[in-house]
Design a protein around this ligand. Structure first.
Ligand code: BMA
Length: 304
């Protein structure tokens, strides 16, 4: 695939692999969220063991490359509404408090559904549920993530009522009204890498040009890729520029094979110094890192 801009993979990839000695993360570790706080990298990641129920694990690192994991998960399914697992964490710090957006999967009488949930923490390890952005599990709304600050006094989140990326707004993170929701962008060209659906990746990065956001797209063969997009700072429903993409495609053997083949799926794009760190799941099986310089990705998003 010809790509106008390429994220650079780290030579130590994959950084995290399943831990055979740990029942809840013995099969797959993937789709990490990472934040950089007080000089440390903090990762929350989706993990599966032999029961195939997703739980959220936590790891910490001084350099973003070598990680120390907690022995026990930090978020596990709580009740019937989460009985099929908790997936795809995306942690945002807002005004000194951490919020985790995660997907809660349930199954009742053979019918599956999911909620875009939010939980809150002050220490990154103990989490208290706040509630979902959308309450109807049969809407399959997911890929939600909170912005790092309020806009015009309100909390803002991306979410994904299939197949489009949308915005929701709230005064208290509990009540999310339909009239405060709006579509931002949808799938790309019929035959392209993002033909079927799109969803947001990690927390948007505020720059003087706009919100620099990373998103994934799924093609007709169910392959997952990543691209970047620039949105208006005051009104993030306005797209400033969406280059064609992608900037990260499944290429390595552990991205092309894995548990689910041909997947690069990221919930983390953090700015540390002048570098953007994109952490992602390869093949729904391992965790990897790709980076780029902020200047270079902004030039691509504006002109590429
Ligand atoms: C999505 C989510 C992700 C997963 C991706 C590819 O629907 O389930 O957690 O990485 O599919 O399988």
């Amino acid at each position: 695939m010809t790509m106008k801009f390429r994220m650079e993979r780290h030579p130590a990839n994959p950084l995290l692999i399943p831990d055979r000695s740990s029942p809840w993360e013995s099969v797959n570790v993937f789709n990490p969220s990472v934040i950089h706080h007080n000089g440390l990298f903090h990762m929350h990641y989706r993990a599966e063991g032999e029961d195939w129920i997703s739980r959220i694990g936590y790891a910490v690192s001084a350099d973003g490359i070598s990680w120390n994991r907690l022995r026990e998960p930090v978020l596990v399914p709580r009740d019937e509404l989460e009985n099929r697992g908790v997936q795809d964490p995306r942690v945002t710090e807002i005004e000194g408090v951490f919020y985790m957006a995660y997907t809660a999967w349930m199954c009742r009488d053979g019918v599956h559904g999911c909620y875009p949930m939010i939980a809150r923490s002050t220490n990154l390890v103990t989490w208290e549920r706040i509630g979902p952005i959308v309450t109807n599990a049969l809407e399959y709304n997911k890929d939600h993530v909170l912005f790092p600050r309020r806009i015009k006094g309100r909390y803002v989140a991306f979410h994904r009522p299939h197949p489009n990326v949308c915005i929701a707004q709230s005064d208290d993170l509990v009540t999310w009204k339909r009239e405060d929701m709006a579509t931002v962008f949808g799938p790309g060209s019929e035959t392209g890498w993002d033909a079927m659906k799109v969803g947001m990746n990690g927390v948007p990065i505020e720059t003087k040009h706009g919100w620099l956001c990373f998103y994934h797209g799924v093609n007709r063969d169910s392959h997952y890729h990543t691209n970047a997009i620039l949105l208006d700072l005051d009104d993030p429903t306005k797209v400033i520029r969406r280059p064609e993409g992608p900037i990260l495609a499944p290429e390595e053997v552990w991205e092309i094979r894995g548990d689910v083949p041909n997947v690069v799926f990221s919930n983390a794009n953090i700015l540390v110094g002048d570098t953007v760190y994109v952490y992602y799941g390869g093949g729904d099986h391992v965790i990897a890192l790709a980076t780029c310089k902020l200047d270079a990705i902004l030039d691509y998003v504006l002109n590429g």
